[in-house]
Design a protein around this ligand. Structure first.
Ligand code: HPA
Ligand code: MG
Length: 216
């Protein structure tokens, strides 16, 4: 259970003017925090580590929507390259889940999480790789893992692109981690703020006024 590439608390990222940013977000970004190229390079290595451990049996890759979709697509592309350039290869099939978390109106401490509209019986007896964008408290993932058990998979591994160092963590750690980041809000590469910034390649930090602009 490796902790991934550690990004220190004092890391401020990069000047956004040195990168290509869509015009519609230029005024919203403070800094580029993790450039797209670095995300892809780290993802390439995660693909290799995953295939070393899981690459002898059919894998069901389970994408946690919506934030996981970019990482999922790029990770699977790297896995496909490994599959097509090696003496042994395994089929990868895909499935998708969407988690909804909400707090009870009467008790804000009881966060409830439900899996939306998916038929997961195909996971029975399979080696499942759950692909997530970010783990913060860990509670969503713990809930998902306990629900997946009902479908009796043979093995479940979790890869998360990001894990946040936060006091709110339940202590849960994924099997594979891309980057361990400080307790900051980050957006881009499918991680959203009220549905915006998914269409941004780099993982970025927003200006305070952007939070106001896209608030709902
Ligand atoms: N950004 C976007 N989505 C998130 C974050 C974040 O920093 N943490 C948990 N969900
Ligand atoms: Mg997520």
């Amino acid at each position: 259970m490796a902790c991934g590439l550690q990004i220190k608390d004092e890391e401020s990222g990069y000047n956004k003017n040195l990168f290509c940013i869509p015009k519609h977000y230029e005024d919203d970004l403070e800094r580029v925090f993790i450039p797209h190229g670095l995300i892809l390079d780290r993802t390439e290595r995660l693909a290799r580590d995953i295939m070393q451990e899981m690459g002898s049996h059919h894998i069901v890759a389970l994408c946690v929507l919506k934030g996981g979709y970019k990482f999922f697509a790029d990770l699977l592309d790297h896995i496909k390259v490994l599959n097509q350039n090696s003496d042994k290869s395994v089929p990868i099939t895909v499935d998708f889940v969407r988690m909804k978390s909400y707090c009870s109106k009467t008790d804000s401490s009881t966060e409830k999480i439900s899996i939306i509209g998916e038929e997961l019986s195909a996971l029975n007896g399979k080696n499942v790789l759950v692909v997530e964008d970010i783990i913060e408290t860990g509670r969503t993932m713990e809930t998902l893992l306990s629900k997946l058990k009902d479908y009796k998979p043979k093995m479940v591994k979790v890869v998360s692109l990001l894990i946040k160092r936060t006091h709110q963590s339940s202590g849960y750690r994924p099997d594979y981690t891309g980057f361990e980041i400080p307790d900051k809000f980050v957006f881009g590469y499918a991680l959203d703020y009220n549905e915006y910034f998914r269409d941004l390649n780099h993982i970025c930090i927003l200006k305070e006024k952007a939070r106001e602009k896209y608030k709902i």
